[in-house]
Design a protein around this ligand. Structure first.
Ligand code: MCA
Ligand code: AMP
Length: 464
């Protein structure tokens, strides 16, 4: 069973002030499942709330694929996800861009309806994620892939029902939803979701018995900058960082203040988590660990050449195995392009591997995928929306190094009387808040090569 059993009256999930024990969660979810059973897929408004947890669990109980929709999505992005996913119903308050019948979700409702466990090969979630160009693609994730990933992580981190998991990550991505909610339910450890991942909330949860803490590097760096909050984590059993690279100074500050630094793990929406450092291994900041059970990795250079595992040589990380997705929904060509001819998934990340099978991620192969605050953003998607603004003639979006966010989105624009604030609002209304450029630089011309292609490296190197 993907989520384990619904029996038990201990606390299962707390989100902010709302709380349900296991019996309560399962029977509230069963009430949802009864209403949606048989639907092709359901879209769930992914706000950080108990209702979202009940809605997602309801979909999984009913065996209906769940499509979490970013709570900060602008209208165009929400409309795209809802239409592209084939969702027949909307679980949440009515929102602009959604023309589906809405199904009520009430955490206080109870139903004793029982449902047969769907097969491991059936779709559990469809998660939308950005490529370098075009609108987000729906990664189809089977229940079996999620179970394999969660069991691997439970083993790596010695994660048991005695843990209390704490995090405040979004409930519409792998990190916050698959690891952070489904993981807790599968392992049987109570979850405390802090709504926002603020240093104060993590510190308070540590005081209340939290043992296992998840965060993206931006969360850890904000905690490291608040010594009292960092010290409060000294009693935690394990801190875990992922979704982007953890900077060395952040790990060092946490070690000094909290007495320990996070273990790191690596993954993608498409592959779920494939590499993890074990809880009992010595910390190696920047190293994301070894393959989970059932997963294999390899490094490949230009033209598919083998790259040695010597801890120094860089190649594209390729993975295969039990945690991989089933493809991008409705996109056979993009799906085929994601795999090598001999069946390995191309992560698009550049990595090194050492003789012990540890991996270090050294960057992305493409400048057009940006990671900002742990969110993946495609430069092409933002550029297309910028070009839809009447004042903008040319646009190039890049990720520039940022102490807080890892990378921050910067838009270089050519146009007539461009008003940066209006352009930023234009993006936020259509895509989502975290896809907004943090900075707009109006320039005379974009640097282009002889073929007319924008040379983004020259923009980020300051060579414009
Ligand atoms: C945000 N704001 C902005 C902009 N962006 N204002 C102007 N221009 C912008 N471009 C607003 C926000 O709405 C917010 O307002 C305020 O500015 C502060 O924003 P920010 O600095 O972004 O802080 P935050 O909103 O507190 O967010 C930081 C965060 C967040 C909490 C770290 O980035 C986050 O939740 N990241 C997690 C992403 C994640 O889960 N990724 C996992 C993907 P207001 O305060 O009014 O709201 S899954 C994955 O990667 C794989 C599988 C893996 O390995 O896990
Ligand atoms: P997403 O689609 O949001 O799941 O983003 C996946 C990407 O996040 C990967 O391709 C990596 O570039 C990045 N990523 C995830 N975990 C780590 C990590 N521990 N260190 C460095 N990059 C990471």
């Amino acid at each position: 069973m993907l989520l384990g059993s619904g029996a038990g009256d201990g606390p299962a999930v707390r989100v902010g002030d709302g709380e349900l024990d296991r019996d309560g969660l399962w029977s509230a979810a069963a009430a949802v499942a009864r209403r949606i059973a048989g639907a092709e897929a359901v879209a769930v408004h992914g706000e950080a709330s108990l209702r979202t947890v009940v809605a997602v669990v309801g979909g999984l109980l009913a065996g209906v694929p769940v499509v979490p929709v970013p709570s900060d999505a602008g209208t165009d992005e929400r409309r795209h996800i809802v239409r592209d996913s084939g969702a027949a119903l909307w679980l949440g308050d009515q929102r602009e861009g959604v023309d589906l019948p809405a199904v009520p979700v009430d955490p206080s409702e109870r139903s004793s309806a029982a449902f047969a466990e769907p097969s491991p090969g059936s779709t559990g979630l469809i998660l939308y994620t950005s490529g370098t160009t075009g609108p987000p693609k729906g990664a189809v994730l089977s229940r079996g892939a999620m179970a394999a990933c969660l069991d691997g992580l439970a083993d790596a981190w010695a994660w048991t029902p005695d843990d209390v998991l704490v995090h405040g990550l979004p409930l519409f991505h792998v990190h916050g939803l698959v690891l952070g909610v489904l993981g807790a339910l599968r392992v049987g450890s109570p979850l405390v979701h802090t709504v926002r991942p603020s240093p104060a909330a993590y510190a308070a949860a540590a005081g209340d018995g939290g043992t296992l803490f998840f965060g993206v590097p931006t969360v850890w760096s904000r905690i490291a900058r608040e010594p009292a909050a960092a010290r409060a984590l000294s009693g935690a059993r394990l801190l875990v960082s992922g979704s982007a690279a953890l900077p060395d100074p952040v790990a060092e500050d946490l070690r000094a203040l909290a007495g320990h630094s996070p273990v790191e793990r690596y993954g993608m929406t498409e592959s779920l988590i494939t590499l993890a450092a074990r809880a009992d291994a010595p910390r190696r900041t920047g190293w994301v660990g070894t393959t989970l059970p059932g997963v294999e990795s390899r490094l490949r250079g230009e033209g598919g050449a083998t790259v040695p595992s010597d801890g120094e040589a860089v190649g594209e990380l390729q993975v295969r195995g039990a945690t991989l997705f089933d493809g991008y929904r409705g996109l056979a060509e993009a799906t085929a392009a994601a795999w090598t001819e001999d069946g390995w998934f191309r992560t698009g990340d550049a990595a090194v591997r050492d003789g012990q099978g540890w991996h270090r991620i050294v960057g992305r192969m493409s400048v057009d995928l940006i990671k900002t605050g742990g969110y993946r953003v495609g430069a092409g998607e933002v550029e297309a929306v910028l070009l839809g603004h009447p004042a903008v003639r040319e646009a190039a979006v890049v990720g520039e190094p940022d102490d807080d966010l890892g990378q921050r989105i910067v838009a270089y624009l050519v146009g007539d009387a461009v008003d940066p604030a209006a352009v930023v609002d234009h993006v936020a209304a259509r895509l989502s808040v975290h896809k907004r450029p943090r900075e707009v630089r109006v320039v005379e011309a974009l640097p282009r090569n002889a073929m007319g292609k924008v040379q983004k490296k020259r923009l980020t190197d300051g060579g414009h």
